[in-house]
Design a protein around this ligand. Structure first.
Ligand SMILES: C[S@@+](CC[C@H](N)C(=O)[O-])C[C@H]1O[C@@H](n2cnc3c(N)ncnc32)[C@H](O)[C@@H]1O
Length: 353
């Protein structure tokens, strides 16, 4: 099987059955052309990435490419001014769809705050601010408001958008909301929450060849960027993938992703939590599903104007790039950092419950 795509205004995916020599499926996605202004922004980001690739000797790890595409100051997808969420953006997150998700999360927050006899909430990566509004409104109605609702957001553009959302939609509670520049000091009591943040963290992309690890790197091409692989035998990432290959029984040729920043991130938030709970919701699954043989091409996914596809080199900075979360890795990191797993479920079951 193979797939091809061009980089013009259409992305054409052809799935080709090599054995029988025929095209199995053809999906032609009609991608809306970005504006001239957006393309100019993307070109500036491309120049930044090309310079970094040259300085690195010809290629950079995919995780670094993803970091630059999403968070390069003023140019990355989350740092620059594109719409991102909702019908006019590229994808829709649960809070953008309806207030139901936020109201349900508020009930979980309320029970933790009640047990602690008060406390704060800290939301990571608050997007448009929609979830904060829904949670605060529901907690206010339940008479269970947190002392403070803190937000830690990497993107200055989104921070400004969150401030605008809260100022216009919940002005009476604005003074309880605080935007942080870094993790608070230890002794946090309350709830730490992050919706669709873990899947927006840069990941390493790898191929397990049966004996060794090949890491996917990004290099320059005439058209923009393309993939190359680098064998990695000694690094921390290679060691983690070797362990994973043994545990999950990965077959030679298996391609997937691993998030090497996840465990330090979980350890960081565990260290500041004196008492309370961490609520993490995201696209993902337990390890045996995440690295299932049928997922041998990984979970990397890009979103541009509600078209999902697998080409991270299309219009850098103008599209979202994500990878699903290995929730077993989240649980392991939490336990290693002294937390206890108190629950794990699908979003559907959470909402029904
Ligand atoms: C897919 S969006 C989700 C936004 C929002 N939570 C929602 O559900 O609509 C990912 C968000 O995570 C933020 N983000 C990514 N990594 C982060 C980190 N390490 N700390 C805080 N925010 C982060 C991004 O800037 C963005 O706001």
């Amino acid at each position: 099987m193979d797939s091809f795509n061009d980089r013009a205004s259409h992305v054409v995916h052809l799935t080709y059955d090599v054995q029988h020599g025929r095209v199995l499926k053809q999906i032609v996605n009609d991608f809306p052309e970005p504006s001239a202004e957006a393309l100019a922004l993307s070109e500036r980001l491309v120049a930044v990435i090309r310079t970094e690739i040259a300085a690195a000797g010809g290629s950079i790890p995919f995780s670094r490419y993803m970091e630059l595409c999403l968070y390069s100051p003023g140019l990355g997808y989350y740092s620059a001014g594109s719409r991102k969420f909702g019908a006019a953006g590229d994808f829709i997150t649960a809070p953008e769809l309806s207030s139901l998700f936020g109201r349900c999360l508020a009930q979980s927050c309320a029970s933790v705050l009640a047990e602690l006899d008060g406390g704060d909430i800290l939301e990571f990566g608050a997007g448009s601010g929609r979830l904060a509004v829904d949670i605060l409104a529901e907690l206010e109605a339940a008479g269970q408001l947190p002392g403070r609702y803190c937000i830690l957001e990497r993107s200055a553009e989104l921070r400004a958008r969150q401030q605008e959302t809260l100022r216009t939609q919940l002005p009476r509670l604005l003074e309880r909301v605080e935007w942080l520049d870094s993790l608070p000091q230890a002794d946090f009591r309350g709830v730490l929450l992050a919706n669709e943040v873990l899947d927006a963290m840069p990941v390493e992309r790898f191929r397990w060849n049966g004996a060794a690890v090949e890491l996917f790197h990004v290099r320059c091409s005439d058209a923009g960027f393309d993939w190359c692989t680098v064998q990695d035998d000694a690094g921390e990432t290679a060691a983690a993938i070797q362990r994973l290959a043994a545990e999950a029984g990965l077959a030679p040729g298996f391609v997937s992703e691993i998030n090497m920043t996840l465990a330090p991130w979980v350890a960081g938030i565990a260290a500041l939590l004196e008492r309370g709970a961490v609520l993490l919701s995201d696209y993902g699954s337990a390890r045996h599903e995440h690295y299932h043989p049928q997922r041998s091409a990984g979970t990397l996914m890009c979103h541009y104007r509600h078209r999902a596809h697998d080409d991270p080199f299309l219009w850098p900075g103008l599209q979202d790039i994500t990878a699903h979360v290995d929730f077993t890795a989240v649980a392991e990191a939490g336990v290693a950092a002294g937390l206890e797993v108190s629950g794990y479920t699908t979003q559907a079951h959470f909402l029904l419950d």
